[in-house]
Design a protein around this ligand. Sequence first.
Ligand code: 6PG
Length: 249
Amino acid sequence: MSAPLDLRIFPDRPALFQAAADEFVRQARAAIQSSGRFTVALAGGSTPKGLYSLLATHTAIPWDKVRFFFGDERHVPPDDPESNYRMARETLLSKVPIPSGDVYRVPAENPDAGQAAQSYEHTLRQFFQTPPTTFPRFDLILLGMGPDGHTASLFPGGKALQERSRWVVADWVEKFKTDRITLTLPVLNNAAVVMFLVSGEDKAETLKEVLEGTQPADLFPSKLVRPTDGKLIWLADQAAAAGFSRRPS
Ligand code: 6PG
């Protein structure tokens, strides 16, 4: 029996980002209280910029207890305009007192994307110290959703969707003619909390399909994110949630 859908709809982007920041702080406090640290995998793309900028103004987070990771990365150096790390650094990581050693970025400057993925997986295994056949349990994984239903760098038809043992893989993304490096579904689905941030009318049809539709899940990879023992939270603005009759929160 799957948990009831936790979809929170907000009138606009500022309200969406505020709610996302509040949830981030809530999860950080809970994790730090129970384990002394907060492990969070950041989402890339553009939507999270508003959240990260807001978090950068938060004084209520003990940043020295936070460990930052990335849900996926483009196959570019860290100073490339396309880099998710660069986006997070510019909007958040450079603005709050985070020891540089507490930010674990994907070494996507490696010309061999597969090696970059293996290296990142090694970094994660060293950090989480879980037995070989298990998966890391992030306190929070932030995700976005593309208009095609992709999330992280898990794209429709991508080989990465089939991965059931590796924690991190590289996958060729035909539509962008590039490799991407991504956490795999077993890792996403082992998280304590997964929070999607979805904004914009271009996502409305896909969000409706992902949350209520019956098309095959591998055509809409966001459908495959179902934490086995964790919370799944969807935060959407009214534009993205146009297909849902409920009023904004
Ligand atoms: C990336 C992200 C990707 C993103 C979606 C949605 O590397 O781009 O990981 O999965 O979350 O493409 O992007 P927006 O939220 O910017 O629309």
